[in-house]
Design a protein around this ligand. Structure first.
Ligand code: HAM
Length: 421
């Protein structure tokens, strides 16, 4: 029995990587003053069907009728839930709201590298401010987030655009507003599809591929100027590139849109987001009218990217090593001292140290072997000399002899040891 296609078993070593990602997501969001929230993973299917919240995601919904005959869906993204929650209670919070979420999402996607059917997504959204200052704040957050994994502007870029430019283009070609979403979906996919297919899809719009390409080549998007100036002042201008080709697949975006891409390899977008000034109003039938901007990052592409970039991999491995599940391994060299070892283990654990030891009599060599396997930084040898113990640093076999009663204070005073562990 295997998990379903696109679903994952997370063994402890996989889960350790997840914790590494999530810790960095949370740390970065907090550096920007964002607070964490969550909503349900199962929602009314109608939430995704309401005007503007849908788009291509509707075809990927895991939906069914529950035992109470309600049409429900596993959340494919968190933004509609966020919009629903904020529309309901926004009066209780000072504006703007800076909210983030780490949550599981489900999409019935075609299987490909970096795209799964169950994945973890990190979302940051700033609600209640319509200015480019908030656009810059979330783009800067995304840049710092990717930098926190050891990635630099040599490895990723954020492609920025503004859907308004496309609405003007469509207006100039006599295409009605209601059809804009379908058209933008063609643009969104054109990089990943053969030219003939794009050409064929454009026919109903009366727009030729040549005129589309000509428009794309005009790389200056005037409405981005304040955002670019803001990022420049933060020293982050090198991380972004205006690019009209980014339009996003979701229907609710109204203004700036952006996607983060790896510069090497053939990975799908690492992150995507933009401004959605009408979603709250549409979902609340006009009772809450709040502008908003935000982005989402998935775990899958990010993990693939970290594997490919040596500096990012080294940083991840160092962090995983530093977060070893066992810090101290008690080697019980004289079995008659087991009760003393148990008492010591209890003291060390109460003080917050991660401690393991063999559960039955074992050869000393085997216990040292186990200490290595569990990634302990130190072995504490408890033998006939008790209450004198030996502390052995496993990396270089350096040894210290201490009285049992001095051990905890010695460990706690030894800042280097804590840092190393
Ligand atoms: P999205 O572009 O659909 O946007 O997803 C954002 C990110 O989630 C993607 O760039 C990717 O990293 C990850 N992701 C999406 N689908 C999958 C999948 N099937 N498997 C693995 N990872 C995936 C949104 O979801 C918007 N709600 C983001 C947003 C927040 N916009 C404003 N606020």
């Amino acid at each position: 029995m295997k998990p379903l296609p696109g679903f994952r078993d997370l063994f402890p070593e996989d889960f350790a990587r997840r914790i590494y990602l999530v810790n960095r997501w949370r740390e970065t969001a907090r550096r920007y003053g964002f607070v964490e929230f969550d909503g349900p993973t199962l929602e009314s299917a109608e939430l995704y069907r309401k005007k503007n919240s849908g788009g291509e995601i509707l075809g990927q919904l895991y939906e069914f009728t529950d035992k109470g005959d309600r049409p429900v869906a596993l959340r494919p993204e968190v933004t509609p839930t966020l919009a629903r929650m904020v529309a309901e209670r926004h009066r209780d919070y000072p504006k703007p709201l800076r909210w983030f979420n780490v949550g599981t999402c489900f999409r019935y996607e075609r299987q490909q590298r970096g795209r799964l059917r169950e994945f973890l997504q990190f979302n940051c959204d700033l609600l209640g401010d319509a200015s480019s200052a908030s656009d810059a704040e979330v783009v800067a957050l995304l840049i710092d987030l990717l930098r926190s994994f050891g990635l630099t502007h040599k490895e990723f870029v954020i492609r920025l655009s503004n859907r308004q430019a496309w609405y003007e283009f469509l207006g100039g070609h006599g295409v009605e507003k209601e059809r804009a979403g379908d058209f933008l979906n063609i643009v969104d996919k054109m990089e990943r599809e053969p030219a003939e297919k794009t050409e064929e899809k454009l026919v109903p719009f009366g727009i030729s591929l040549a005129s589309l390409r000509e428009f794309l080549e005009c790389s200056k998007i005037p409405s981005l100027d304040p955002l670019l100036a803001d990022l420049e002042a933060r020293g982050l201008r090198d991380f972004v590139r205006p690019d009209l080709g980014v339009v996003r697949g979701l229907a609710y975006y109204t203004g700036i849109v952006f996607e983060a891409f790896a510069l090497q390899g053939n990975l799908r977008a690492i992150a995507g987001g933009g401004r959605y000034d009408r979603l709250l109003k549409d979902l609340s039938d006009g009772s809450a009218d709040l502008p908003a901007v935000g982005f989402g990052v998935g775990d899958a592409v990010l993990l693939e990217l970290i594997n490919e970039i040596p500096a990012a991999k080294v940083q991840e491995e160092a962090a995983l090593k530093a977060d070893a599940p066992t810090q101290l391994y008690l080697v019980i060299a004289a079995e008659e001292r087991r009760l003393s070892a148990l008492s010591l283990a209890q003291q060390l654990r109460s003080a917050g140290w991660r401690v393991a030891f063999s559960l039955g009599a074992e050869r000393v060599g085997k216990q040292f072997g186990a200490a290595e396997v569990y990634g302990a930084a130190y072995a504490v040898v408890i033998g006939a000399e008790w209450p004198r113990v030996k502390v052995k640093r496993l990396a270089d076999r350096h040894e210290e002899e201490l009285m049992e009663g001095e051990l905890l204070a010695w460990l706690q005073e030894n800042r280097n040891l804590k840092a190393e562990i």
